[in-house]
Design a protein around this ligand. Structure first.
Ligand SMILES: Cc1ncc(COP(=O)(O)O)c(C=O)c1O
Length: 369
């Protein structure tokens, strides 16, 4: 049980650990200004508006999240709702009617897999990050909706988007939808995620298709961006379509006030302090370099979350326990969507980790390998 706010030092089951788990990559979930903004919002607006967005449920903090998310993502508008888990659900409701079949990366997150089924179309899986397998399946169908994670939540592997686009070239209709829950706030020049890093951002969510492939993305504000809830940025027309396609806008309570107030403040801080993202990428690089020195293969991606496999499950469990005994919490994840059977030691790097803390992790890891 976590008995403090998450951060570089986190209390779990009564013990304070040097913590490398979870997702608050920019370190904002425990930022004092974010906490104050959440408290202020709940005081002013109550726990939540106690009605759906389509009635009178859009209170000022909720609207502010949408305004600031649109600013961060450089889009006309953004749809903010209570859970990143349902972001794909909303996207599928908006996109699936034009497709005959859903092609799903076999390692995609649970929420992507569940949303794929909501399309009411046949769902076929292709091998994880395998454009050839995707091309083979796509060739058997005319209008395809392809779904995958932008960044795998446990391994940190990124979707080979350019190769996927090549694999779909010539398709009568191809839509590629990515869940970039772990890319938002971390990757790309503007922190807009994997498609920003690949210079494809102008094409997303109703932008012009690239090689006839329409690109769509959704994600969460609950990971790097330090808030809570799902987000879909885009043109006004596309965001309106998302609000109207599923019944999340008119059939669910609007996001809670404290959540929205905190999230708006976190977004404001991300834009005010670009240094946070710079520190995060320096920290990620320091961990990668340190792992290489230890002979542990560092991941290719520059995501803040990544998994490494060191021999087998028993060995990684031993390393996890040994680090824990030394006051370091580096989770061993044995079972999660898309993981190899032996599991991984999953690293989460924060902008707020100091170099000393990272060096201690690497030194202790080296001692117990
Ligand atoms: C790829 C992916 N999508 C969506 C989610 C869910 O997002 P949220 O926690 O904001 O509901 C997760 C959570 O771990 C995730 O890893």
């Amino acid at each position: 049980m976590m008995q403090s706010a998450p951060g570089p030092e986190t209390v779990i089951d009564g013990v304070k650990y040097l913590y490398f788990g979870g997702t608050s990559y920019l370190g904002l979930a425990s930022h004092p200004e974010v906490i104050d903004a959440g408290c202020e919002a709940i005081r002013k607006f109550g726990v939540h508006s106690a009605t759906s967005r389509s009635r009178f449920g859009t209170n000022p903090p909720v609207l502010e999240v949408e305004r600031l998310a649109a600013k961060l993502f450089g889009t006309e508008d953004a749809f903010y709702f209570g859970s990143g888990y349902v972001a794909n659900h909303v996207m599928v409701a908006a996109l699936a009617s034009d497709s005959d079949v859903v092609l799903l990366d076999e390692a995609a997150h649970y929420c992507v897999t569940e949303a794929a089924r909501l399309a009411g179309k046949p769902v076929h899986t292709f091998r994880h990050r395998d454009p050839q397998d995707l091309a083979k399946l796509a060739a058997q169908n005319d209008r395809v909706l392809v779904m995958a994670d932008g960044v795998n939540p446990s391994t940190g592997a990124t979707a080979p988007v350019l190769e996927f686009i090549s694999a779909l070239k010539g398709q009568p209709k191809a839509v590629l939808l990515l869940d970039d829950a772990h890319g938002f706030g971390v990757l790309g020049k503007h922190g807009r995620g994997l498609l920003d890093e690949l210079n494809l951002w102008p094409h997303v969510n109703s932008g012009p298709p690239i090689d006839c492939v329409e690109l769509f993305v959704c994600g969460t504000l609950a990971k790097a961006l330090g808030g809570f809830g799902g987000v879909i940025p885009g043109t006004s027309e596309f965001v309106t379509r998302c609000r109207n396609s599923s019944h999340y806008f008119d059939g669910a309570s609007a996001p809670a006030s404290a959540e929205a107030g905190a999230t708006a403040k976190a977004l404001e801080i991300v834009m005010r302090l670009p240094d946070l993202r710079r520190r995060l990428s320096e920290n990620i690089k320091r961990v990668h370099d340190g792992l290489l020195k230890l002979g542990v293969p560092a991941p290719e991606s520059r995501a803040a979350n990544f998994g490494v496999t060191i021999r087998d499950a028993a060995n990684m469990r031993r390393i996890y326990e040994a680090l824990k005994a030394r006051g370091i919490m580096l989770p061993y994840v044995g079972n999660y969507s898309g993981l190899p059977p032996e599991g991984v030691l999953r690293f989460a790097i924060f902008a707020t980790h100091t170099f000393d803390q990272i060096d201690r992790l690497l030194a202790e890891l080296g001692a117990v390998l």
